[in-house]
Design a protein around this ligand. Sequence first.
Ligand SMILES: [Zn+2]
Length: 352
Amino acid sequence: MSAIKQTIIRGGMESLYFTGAHMALKPFVAGVGVILTLHHVRPARPDRFQPNRGLEVTPEFLTRVVKALRRSRLDFISLDEMHRRMRARDFSRRFVCLTFDDGYRDVKQWAYPILKNEGVPFAMYIPTSFPDRLGELWWLALEAVIARNARIRIQIDGRNRTFDCATVAEKRALYDELYWWLRSRPTEAELRDTIRDLAASYHVDLAAFCDELSLTWQELSELAADPLVTIGAHTVNHVMLAKLPAETARSEMDLSRSIIHAALGASPEHLSYPIGDRSSAGPREFAIAAELGFKTAVTTRQGVLFPKHNEHLTALPRISLNGAYQRLRYVRVLLSGSATAMWNGFRRLDAA
Ligand SMILES: [Zn+2]
């Protein structure tokens, strides 16, 4: 996300908070509950070039969020209990589900002790290629290539292009440009090929990120043994499903469930679509997930849950706890539903 866009969002949240508008809007937009999206939890690093900073929050921030949510009388519940309440229309108390995508080791190291101590249930959505040590964390390879070089040569739309990226400002701008260009590739294969070429040319070890950052099956089985922890599916290869042929998309979802079952002894009943925005998951994927029998599936479309979502349990919105906005007042605004309601034009359901 660009710095300007971040500033606008931050400004919007500040004004919602300080004008009290989030409280005025709350009865109309707060819905019945919320599913939070997190990725990494670890201490902050000093580097100035951290384009993936949005994917991590600090242990201190997570602690403050959990304590604040407890004080505001929200129920922390598991995905199974969320599913039950949605189906039974049991909306007597607002609820929150904590979900962590990708299965990072730092979640076990930093978040788990906090959540365990507070008795907070949470879910981890696992792309099975990560514990299988075959995952391509391409966004981190892109970051490393740009971080370690002052100039990059890359073929874009058939043309050789050269970019200067010696300064932090240039690195940030180039990361944004290349990231969104890659995300806009019509196929996942093209994205991956470009990253493999780039990593090879600039001597970045693409496999090392997966090895260093992802939980192993052994570590996952230790977590899965705790009743507080739900293990969910997140495909095999962490792909943008909507860009794949239907049969491949189906097998990515189905196979990841079988692999988790084989490795951990239980079949996951909840799914998270990788990337999870409109370009990665749409009506076709929502239908496949329902056909495959997943109880729920989550997107990264931003929003709180309304009763009507019980007819769209494989197209659920979430609220991202974005590392770029680690202030409690932003969390209060997001959970009031007012920020996302404004972004969504006050449309409650977005399952198409
Ligand atoms: Zn993911």
